[in-house]
Design a protein around this ligand. Sequence first.
Ligand SMILES: Cc1cc2nc3c(=O)[nH]c(=O)nc-3n(C[C@H](O)[C@H](O)[C@H](O)COP(=O)(O)O)c2cc1C
Length: 200
Amino acid sequence: MVNEETTLQSLLRNRKIVRNYKDSELDFPQLSEVAEHAIKIPTAGFSRGIEIVHISEKENIVAIAKYSNEDSYVAKGFEKWISKSLSLFLIIINTKAYHDRYSQLDKKNATNSEDWSIPYWFVDAGASMMNCMLLIEEMGLKSGFLGSHNMDIENIKNHLSIPNDYLILGFVTAGVEKSTNVKKKNTKRKKLIHNEYFTK
Ligand SMILES: Cc1cc2nc3c(=O)[nH]c(=O)nc-3n(C[C@H](O)[C@H](O)[C@H](O)COP(=O)(O)O)c2cc1C
C-alpha cells in the first residue's frame, strides 16, 4: 500500500515564508477566524499568557508597516511586504500570567518562573505563531514572520493599545503570493533529525 500524504503533512511541506504579496480582488473571510484557532495551544502550567491581535484594517496595516521600517526595507530594493498583507497577527506575551500561575501553591516545588533557563512563554508563543502559519497555508494564502527586533515596539503598543508590560514576539503576515520564482538560497543540507542517538 502506498502511504498517502496527510493534510497536515502537505501543509507542513508547502509552507514557506513569503515576503511578496500581490493585491487581491478576493475576500478571505476565514482570516477573521485564524486567531480563534491559532490560540488553541498548550501553555506552561496552563498560564494562558499568550494573546493574538488580529489586524485587518488597511490603515492599521499601513501604520504597522511604518513602525516596522518598511521604508528602509524597500529602500534596500525589496518589495513592499507588510503593507501588502491582507492581515497581520501579532503574537503578544503576558509574562505576568506565567509568574502569577507559578506562584500558586501547587507550583511551589517547580522552578520559579523568574529563574527559568528557557522562558516557557517563548515556547508557547512559537506554537501560536506556527498555528497561524498553518491556518493561513490551509486557506491558500502564504505567511511570513517579522520578529520584534525589527520594529518600533513603543509606537506599535501605543497605536494598538497593547499594555506596556506585554512583550511582542513579532507578527505573522498573510497574503497572496506574487511570484513563485523568488530565487531559493543555495543552502547546504543540514542534519536536523537524529534517530536514537545524536550523530554529526
Ligand atoms: C522567530 C523568527 C523570527 C524571524 N524574524 C524574521 C524577520 O524579522 N524578518 C524576516 O524577513 N524573516 C524573519 N523570519 C523568517 C526567517 O528569516 C526565514 O525566512 C525562515 O526561517 C525560512 O523558513 P522557510 O524556508 O521554512 O519558510 C523569522 C523566523 C522566525 C521563526
